[in-house]
Design a protein around this ligand. Structure first.
Ligand code: HEC
Ligand code: HEC
Ligand code: HEC
Ligand code: HEC
Ligand code: HEC
Ligand code: HEC
Ligand code: HEC
Length: 291
């Protein structure tokens, strides 16, 4: 590329970024105008509560936390589609929870929403409806204080969220290498969603699953460059105490557990006999007399 052309390109880029800045500035001002009107009521600490899924929720939204969130510049109505800055009508409220927790997110995060819709979580959620034990966008991300996802804090909280529903799998994860390492403060060790994906979760026997026999080598290979079939068959969820999980791991576990028990028993018996014999021979008394 010639110098002249690259200079012209930089100029064009500069103009474009300036225009973008001006646009962002004006859009920001408009958005907060709209939100200020919602906050006239919803910033008040004494606005009261409503029942959501049988749980009492405060109607107050903290403006400071909201502005600091990833959506601080976005209209409230981005997620609360159709709401007016006034006492609300029944039409506004209809289905508001499902909209805010799931469908509205997809209007801006269409790519993620499409993957989620095809996942086990998305399909089960659509089938069972709001309030069911399947996660929607807000289950994993929250509502008014949504943060970036590339932080250690988010990785930790997301593992906790998965674990709140998949207790058994969480236990076997924590018992094996990655989970132990993760819990000991190595956030780069694989978390649930590094292997299962965050939005495209599918059962292991679905060929499209990230942990299916077809894809598991590539999934481990994201972090273990030399992963092959053999490496990837390493059991990441094995419960050593359950022979149905893996007979070999169970036998190894049982062998060592028995070995340790036998060693300590024999060791204990040996110590008692040693002590007894020592006493009988007056070993301890004699030592005592010398002092
Ligand atoms: C005049 C005061 C007032 C204003 C302004 C206001 N709200 Fe509300 N809002 C309420 C009250 C009171 C409730 C409690 C239930 C109800 O009346 O529907 C509520 C409830 C809600 C709910 C819970 C769902 C429901 O209907 O119960 C949402 C979501 C909501 N408001 C969003 C907004 C948004 C977004 C704005 C700005 C576009 C806004 N509100 C402006 C007073 C207000
Ligand atoms: C990123 C999407 C999103 C944005 C933007 C958003 N909300 Fe919400 N809001 C939600 C979700 C999701 C819920 C349901 C929370 C739940 O189920 O716990 C909710 C719930 C509410 C409620 C009911 C009480 C509660 O907390 O459950 C009110 C009132 C409310 N929002 C007002 C607002 C106001 C005012 C704004 C703008 C300042 C706003 N929301 C912006 C997603 C959003
Ligand atoms: C089961 C939990 C879970 C559900 C449900 C979920 N997410 Fe996520 N989301 C995550 C995790 C974990 C990450 C971080 C992924 C990573 O770092 O690899 C993430 C990352 C993101 C990101 C940033 C990275 C990217 O891929 O663009 C966005 C945006 C996002 N989610 C939006 C959504 C939306 C919208 C929905 C609903 C359609 C949703 N999420 C549902 C757990 C979830
Ligand atoms: C009106 C558009 C809009 C809506 C609606 C919306 N978002 Fe966002 N979201 C954004 C923008 C803009 C950003 C910040 C820039 C970015 O990272 O894409 C963002 C950022 C995020 C991030 C952080 C991504 C990262 O970098 O890690 C997550 C997570 C997220 N949104 C989830 C949600 C969820 C969940 C909902 C619904 C409850 C939702 N969003 C609704 C526009 C929207
Ligand atoms: C709100 C509860 C909930 C949360 C949170 C949740 N899941 Fe799920 N998950 C389910 C349900 C329900 C199913 C459907 C299959 C079932 O009924 O067991 C499922 C299915 C799965 C499956 C497919 C296995 C199967 O038996 O079909 C995997 C893998 C999975 N989830 C992993 C995750 C991961 C990883 C996370 C965190 C990023 C997570 N889940 C968060 C409830 C949850
Ligand atoms: C190192 C990669 C890895 C990590 C980390 C991981 N898993 Fe898995 N997971 C797998 C593989 C591979 C399988 C399939 C083989 C098996 O069942 O052991 C699986 C199976 C599952 C299943 C059953 C799927 C089915 O179809 O029956 C669930 C549910 C699950 N994992 C949830 C989780 C949760 C929750 C976490 C975090 C607490 C987690 N996993 C962490 C790799 C991983
Ligand atoms: C997100 C990255 C990531 C993914 C994906 C991942 N691992 Fe790991 N794994 C690590 C890290 C990091 C360590 C080292 C942790 C430590 O030493 O504290 C590790 C350690 C291990 C170890 C023990 C030490 C070694 O290197 O032999 C085994 C075995 C292992 N992983 C197997 C797997 C298998 C099998 C998969 C796929 C099902 C997988 N891993 C997926 C990051 C990952």
């Amino acid at each position: 590329m010639s110098v002249g052309r690259s200079r012209a390109l930089s100029l064009a880029l500069l103009t474009a970024s300036f225009a973008a800045l001006v646009w962002a500035g004006s859009a920001g001002a408009q958005m907060s105008d709209q939100n200020e009107r919602c906050f006239e009521c919803h910033a008040k600490a004494d606005l009261g509560t409503i029942m959501v899924d049988g749980e009492e929720r405060s109607l107050t939204v903290d403006p400071v936390a909201y502005r600091a969130s990833q959506h601080g510049l976005i209209d409230c109505t981005g997620c609360h589609i159709g709401f007016k800055p006034q006492a609300h009508t029944e039409a506004e409220s209809e289905d508001w929870l499902y909209t805010a927790r799931t469908t509205a997110c997809g209007t801006c995060h269409g790519d993620v929403a499409a993957i989620y819709a095809g996942s086990t979580h998305g399909q089960e959620h659509a089938k069972r409806g709001e309030g069911a034990a399947t996660p929607d966008c807000a289950t994993c991300h929250g509502s008014h204080e949504i943060a970036t996802t590339d932080t250690i804090a988010f990785r930790r909280s997301a593992v906790d969220t998965c674990s709140s529903c998949h207790g058994g799998r969480s236990g076997t994860y924590l018992d094996t290498y990655h989970g132990k390492s993760f819990a000991l403060g190595r956030p780069e060790a694989a978390a649930c969603f590094d292997c299962h994906t965050a939005h495209g979760v599918l059962p292991a026997d679905d060929p499209n699953s990230a942990v299916s026999s077809q894809n598991v080598v590539a999934t481990c290979g994201k972090c273990h460059a030399d992963a092959n079939d053999n490496f990837s068959s390493y059991l990441v969820h094995v419960n050593a105490k359950d022979p149905r999980d893996s007979v070999i791991v169970f036998m190894t576990y049982a062998f060592y557990a028995t070995l340790i028990a036998v060693m300590f028993t024999l060791g204990g018996i040996h110590s008692v006999m040693y002590f007894y014999r020592g006493r009988k021979q007056g070993m301890y008394r004699r030592r005592h007399e010398h002092e």
